[in-house]
Design a protein around this ligand. Structure first.
Ligand code: NCD
Length: 320
């Protein structure tokens, strides 16, 4: 098993062997969980371990996924959320609380950029046995969402992914979606070709583009969602990240986003029959409910479940 102290950025997974080891373990756990005896036996794996879920920003899927993952492995989980907003933003305070709660793994989401990493650095000084997982750092990164997205792609498109022949379209808020930032980094070493589809002028942050450049990923950029539809094997959509864009009325901008970057009936006819469509959720109007039953839609049928198993694999890795 790979050995990591913390999971803070997608860049920690630039080695595809490291990703592959996590995927193998996640798939093993998925298989074991499918039988009653198997599921029972897993409950001993992290017996006595304490996972603290520290959520300073709303979360339903990621929080629920980590909690389920921890419980399936027999760990205790404690949730701290919302209430600390504005009261204990200080990273030292958060680190001290984690230590007092006898935490083994601290899963953190926070709106303040870089705070999760600061907490990890402080813990390295005085409680190095506590691992930190970044479950959403401002608009920057969301590395475990990347792992579950790549696992989902690998499950369905293994051959093309491993041959470096996959074309991935990232649709929408390239600037402020932490999921896109981490996904682009995590997919980069597999040699994928990217199609970046976003409002004119908007792009991935420079540090992400530099990684893509270093790995020589072919890159196309457009603001017309239809332009490269016939080439894209994997579509990843996201909502307009309203909370990252400051004060003021942005309803026009939001409407323009929905008009340009949604899975419309017209697009549905253009995307390949064997393409797959991912979405980290929550969704707004960009992903219509009518698409949920399309066999290409994997956001309910695979992503949520894979999130649990990938997080189980990560929790095991950090506790071993
Ligand atoms: C994403 C997030 O929080 O960044 N959701 C998630 O973790 N499943 C995407 C989003 O909020 O749009």
């Amino acid at each position: 098993m790979v050995k990591l102290n913390h999971v803070l950025r997608a860049e920690q997974f630039l080695d595809t062997n490291c990703q592959e080891a996590i995927f193998q373990e996640a798939l093993r756990l998925k298989k074991i969980s499918s039988t009653e005896n198997g599921a029972l036996s897993l409950r001993k794996e992290l017996e006595g371990k304490n996972i603290t879920l520290f959520f300073g920003e709303p979360s339903s899927r990621t929080r629920g996924s980590f909690e389920t993952a921890g419980k399936k492995l027999g760990a205790n989980t404690v949730l701290i959320e919302g209430a600390f907003y504005g009261k204990i933003e200080n990273p030292l305070t958060i680190a001290l609380i984690a230590a007092e709660l006898l935490t083994d793994v601290l899963v953190m989401r926070h709106p303040k950029a870089g705070l999760v990493e600061e907490v990890a650095q402080i813990l390295d000084e005085f409680a190095p046995n506590i691992s930190v997982i970044n479950a959403g750092d401002n608009a920057r990164e969301h590395p475990t969402q990347m792992l579950l997205d790549v696992l989902t792609i690998r499950e369905v498109k293994q051959k093309t992914l491993k041959q470096g022949k996959l074309t991935v379209g990232l649709v929408g808020d390239l600037k402020d979606s932490r999921v896109f930032h981490s996904d682009a980094i995590g997919l980069s070493p597999w040699g994928v070709r990217f199609v970046l589809i976003s409002p004119g002028g908007e792009n991935l942050p420079d540090y992400v583009l530099e990684i893509l450049e270093r790995n020589k990923n072919p890159l196309k950029k457009t603001n017309d969602i239809r332009e490269f539809a016939s080439e894209i094997d994997v579509w990843i959509f996201t909502r307009f990240q309203r909370e990252r864009k400051g004060e003021g009325d942005l309803s026009e901008q939001r409407k323009a986003y929905i008009d340009a970057f949604s899975l419309t009936p017209e697009l549905r006819k253009l995307i390949k029959r064997r393409a797959i469509v991912l979405h980290p959720l929550p969704r707004l109007e960009e992903m219509p409910y009518s698409f949920d039953s399309d066999p290409r839609a994997l956001y309910f049928s695979r992503q949520i479940k894979n999130g649990i198993y990938v997080r189980m694999a990560i929790l095991e890795m950090l506790c071993s």
